[in-house]
Design a protein around this ligand. Sequence first.
Ligand code: NAD
Length: 559
Amino acid sequence: MSMHRGSESDSGVQLLHDPLRNKGTAFSAAEREALGLRGLLPPGVQTLENQVQRALENCRKQAGPLEKYIYLMALEDRNQTLFYRVVVDHLDEMMPIIYTPTVGRACQEYGHIFRRPRGLYVSAEDRGRIRDVLRNWPQQDVRVIVVTDGERILGLGDLGSNGMGIPVGKLALYVACAGIHPRQCLPVTLDVGTNRDELLADPLYLGLRQRRLTGASYDAFVDEFVDAVQEVFPRTLLQFEDFANHNAFRLLERYRERVCTFNDDIQGTAAVVLAGLISAGRVTGAGLTEQRLLTLGAGEAAIGSGDLIVSAMMEDGLSLEEARGRCWFFDSRGLVVRSRDDLAAHKQRYAHDHAPIGDFLAAIEALRPTAIIGASGQARMFTREIVQALSRIHDRPIVFSLSNPTSKSECTAEQAYGWSDGRAVFASGSPFDPVTIHGKRFVPGQGNNAYIFPGVGLGIVASGARHVTDPMFRAAARTLAAEVSDEDRETGSIFPPLSRIRDVSARIAVAVVEIVRRMGLHRESLPDDREALERYVRERMYQPVYESLAGVRTTAGRA
Ligand code: NAD
């Protein structure tokens, strides 16, 4: 077969630049022949395993987490199969790099570490033609969009268009943790400006240099985006991520009945907290309906968790009033109580009859909660005094410090275990290393939404659900809690190990599909029995393995 040069658009060499199809040094001899790749690669044919080994060596050689992030993003740009093989097989090591905490640093530095664009930017300048911008995306069968407007990136505040790191990272987790196909994932940043002066003054900032759209023009912009998504990608799940809470709650209410959407900060977090509580209750010996929660923060994560926990407590037999009475919140102005006149709408349903308390420690003494949950975005708010006070009240106090990234965590694992004499049942939003106290080793669980949203997303995509509903998140939470083994709990962990996450996601997806079917929200025809359903879901999961391209003909390979 003689070789001649094809056009750039369909030549074999283009495969080397297409991260979805590129295999690099793993193109077989037959593929190199057929695709016009002879001479364009070193002659040795490598396996995916060889490539993984090389990528790991290179990644581990990098000076620090941010450099590792840059390395891994470049790998994803070159060869997605290899990138996902590395991530899937080493999730414990890779997740803190591609997601929290490193992704937070990456977003802060986005303009400075920028190499190639990823995802789709829809800016305020695109008003009136957002559907055309969506049509520029090269893939047509998009099934999951993660969108941010960059206003509340992790606990780091307004990062404008630098927020793109978050949808990119979340979608990498959809692929790695639940096997959504990379081709079906679309990260989107709505650039409506930023109010952060350092970014506006930074010559390397890549977003619009204007203050944020607000009010009616912001709403009209988001409306146009959501409508355009329905038109261009009608089968997609739309996940809102890292919007400031003054928009997050509103937008969720506005769209949840209209389109297939959810807000991960509100609903995904809620499910992981609910799962954590059920699982922690198995350690402390208290059922969900016996818990009394005091949450630091009353924003998206906090109130979202409260709402789902209340609905789960009601499922377990409490009345609405009883369930709400077990959930207390403490925001930047103190305990959320009825006499306050400064409460946003989403907090009012938890404004109980109680004297105002301005000090969190005093609130613990007054309310004697079984669990404290940190979702304030404020570092080190769970002090020694607080953890010790809770440990005096309960033999096994539950302490969740969910704020991300690590620098914002309300307390560290070492502090929670140390100050409670190893009695705290602890989970955090960002990962902490195992801790040894009095010779006993504790493996802190990561109360990370990555246990929930990928599996929920897989269930939605596999069933073609029209809407996302709270029962799906409750089912996801109960499924996740059921996946925690006695062995996990003995080491102090109330979540399953990350190494099991694909299996856990598949089970969550099946639970979600069953709810979708029960509610009649499916658009796919689904098998009837559970075993077949489980097979149906698992068969849809993307595996990072190379498929043979030897049969593919390109101009360059034609004789
Ligand atoms: P948010 O802005 O909606 O809420 C923050 C809340 O904290 C507000 O109610 C605010 O009043 C309160 N707050 C601020 N300062 C406080 C103080 N000094 N004392 C008491 N309360 C204070 O943000 P959010 O979406 O709820 O996120 C909060 C944090 O939770 C972030 O750090 C985020 O990264 C983290 N989070 C973690 C997970 C997870 O890992 N599972 C999921 C979602 C959010």
